[in-house]
Design a protein around this ligand. Structure first.
Ligand code: NAD
Ligand code: IPM
Ligand code: MN
Length: 356
């Protein structure tokens, strides 16, 4: 049969709570669809840091390299600086495995209501550049504690980096409604964004697609006011990060939003994770919404070629939501465990519940 090795990094805070929901539901779907997954559990993250002084083993990336995919929960703890936790685990995986696409679909799920007035039919995908741009290693802090103290970080945009993300976004747009919006800030201030615009336009023109470039500030307003007018948004690392939470909230909650960190040539494993973080404010209460993690797991199954499994898992959490089982962030009362049970029942049951 079809068999996959998936590395599981549940990580910190609610990452631990939503991950168990995903692995049990994926196992159920796998059994129903005739494939299996060997989960390689990695106890990496902030607890690992507290006992080992590192977020993952020295050869952590090598350990992941031969897997078929990585499923990640969240990273970040209130008592450890974010630059330590993030540069020690999440960011090196994205960069070393050249996961240069961060794909973030956003749509209104059944039974979920948007805080916006006019969001019916909101359905977009954010194609976020994931290895360069504003998230660069060039720069640092100098003269700590002195009057001269300063911090500098250079945004790095390479032609190759912008071309490949633009090409990916163009392909997405062609497979969808054909509308490509590029997030920019090129009104004379940011040099790198003039370059971004030029390269994105070249790629789109060569592919016979028109690109609508939009200043990021105005685009943020458009997400709120006319969300249905957006189809594919291509954005730099930082702009894509910000617009993702905005769009996810517009679709009801950041707790439902998934993200796929993809290495398109498949030279390295890709990584699937929710858009949200470790949510220390609700961690340990058993109330986190596992939908972002479940949807990320469905994207992983799709990536592995298990389309039927991906569809089945998606149908299962959509059906649970449609039946009114909802966690608190969505205005419901269900705990993580109760919601997971509702999804699990729909993963295994091929009649009744799934169509209800
Ligand atoms: P967050 O996404 O963790 O939380 C923001 C808000 O959304 C909180 O009020 C939280 O309770 C709520 N929320 C998030 N996910 C939810 C879910 N599944 N169900 C219900 N409510 C949910 O962002 P933050 O508080 O700014 O960051 C917390 C930590 O997580 C920081 O250390 C940050 O660096 C880290 N972080 C990690 C990742 C990642 O691992 N990919 C992503 C974002 C933030
Ligand atoms: C995300 C997160 C990360 C990012 C942080 C935690 C570094 O916000 O995945 O959206 O900015 O990429
Ligand atoms: Mn983010």
């Amino acid at each position: 049969g079809r068999h996959y090795q998936v590395d599981v990094i549940a990580g910190d805070g609610i990452g631990q709570e939503v991950m168990s929901a995903a692995t049990v539901c994926v196992d159920a779907v796998a059994e129903a669809c005739g494939f299996s997954i060997a989960w390689r559990d990695r106890d990496w993250g902030s607890d690992y840091y507290r006992s080992h002084g590192r977020m993952m083993p020295v050869d952590g990336l090598e350990q992941l390299a031969d897997g078929d995919a990585i499923l990640l929960g969240a990273v970040g703890a209130p008592d450890i600086p974010d630059d330590v936790t993030l540069w020690g685990l999440l960011i090196p995986i994205r960069r070393e495995f050249l996961q240069y696409v961060n794909l973030r679909p956003v749509r209104i799920l059944p039974g979920v209501s948007s805080p916006l007035r006019d969001a019916d039919g909101l359905d977009m995908v954010i194609v976020r550049e994931n290895v360069e741009g504003e998230y660069s290693e060039v720069g640092g802090r100098l003269y700590r504690g002195r009057p001269e103290e300063m911090a500098v970080q250079e945004a790095v945009f390479t032609r190759r980096g912008v071309v490949r993300i633009a090409e990916y976004a163009v392909a997405q747009a062609k497979a969808r409604r054909g509308l490509l919006t590029s997030a920019t800030k090129s009104n004379g201030i940011i040099h790198t964004m003039l370059f971004w615009d030029e390269v994105v336009a070249e790629v789109a023109t060569a592919a016979g697609l028109e690109v609508d470039k939009m200043l990021i500030d105005a685009l943020a307003a458009r997400v709120v006011l006319k969300p249905r007018s957006l189809d594919v948004i291509v954005a730099s690392n930082l702009f894509g990060d910000i617009i993702s939470d905005l769009a996810a909230a517009a679709a009801g909650s950041i707790g439902v939003a998934p993200s796929a960190n993809i290495n398109p040539p498949k030279d390295h494993p890709s990584m699937f994770e929710p858009v949200h973080g470790s949510a220390p404010d609700i961690a340990g209460q058993g109330i986190a919404n596992p939908v972002g993690q479940l949807w990320a797991a469905a994207m992983m199954l799709q990536h592995l070629g298990e389309t039927e499994g991906a569809d089945r898992l998606t149908a299962a959490f959509e059906s649970a939501l449609a039946a009114g089982v909802r966690t608190r962030d969505l205005g419901g009362q269900a705990t993580t465990a109760e919601f997971t049970q509702a999804v699990l029942a729909r993963c295994t049951d091929t009649s009744g519940a799934r169509d209800a």
